[in-house]
Design a protein around this ligand. Sequence first.
Ligand SMILES: Cc1ncc(COP(=O)(O)O)c(C=O)c1O
Length: 250
Amino acid sequence: MSNPTLHVADIPTLSSMAHHKGVKVVVDNTFAPMVLSPARLGADVVVHSVSKFISGGADIIAGAVCGPSSLINSMMDLHQGPLMILGPTMNAKVAFELSERIPHLSLRMKEHCHRAMVFATRMKKLGLKVIYPGLEEHPQHALLKSMANKDYGFGGILCLDMGTEERANRLMHHLQNCTQFGLMAVSLGYYETLMSCSGSSTSSEMNAEERELAGISPGLVRMSIGYSGTLEQRWSQFEKALARMHQTTN
Ligand SMILES: Cc1ncc(COP(=O)(O)O)c(C=O)c1O
């Protein structure tokens, strides 16, 4: 699932095309742990930023490369292996902390996905431009449904296209500072909702033309939906922020 546009790659087709040509397939599954199991769908290597959903606490910097032992062992080669040369051996205490969080990753992902689906559906009903793979009009909705593990849903990230950066920033200001719906931060996968305007933050290394080609509107707000508070309390905070935004516009 791509960042931030939430395009969904057809892993089985890409894997079969690549394997025909003798090419390895690497999938970054940071956005959809538990939801997708890329190795079962044909990918050779799966990478994760563990700092996100897998950690869940926005307090750990870690990553994972999952693949066949031949590849992992070659990466750990004492003289040539990038893992040895770049030194990413995880601190043992951090590894222990993560091992205590992985058992509830499944429950956490289900709630992230459930709330993202409810919010996306309600935001759409309000007439907002929502991008979420759980909505039927998403171009890869059926594809994701065919690949996803049962009962997880469609991911914990949704995007709202507010048109302009100014409107995106104004909405996030109200959501964070007036109604406490979430926090402005470029990370994701936390129990609080995190929001960022991708074009001027995580994708700002691209120029305007590249962003347009990638489908990243200047007003795109990426939201990593959290699960703290009750769903209805959070929704009412969202609606209040939107109403305030409209009041201040008029
Ligand atoms: C999809 C995806 N992969 C990888 C990363 C990189 O994460 P890290 O900075 O923890 O290496 C990010 C960061 O936002 C991401 O969104």
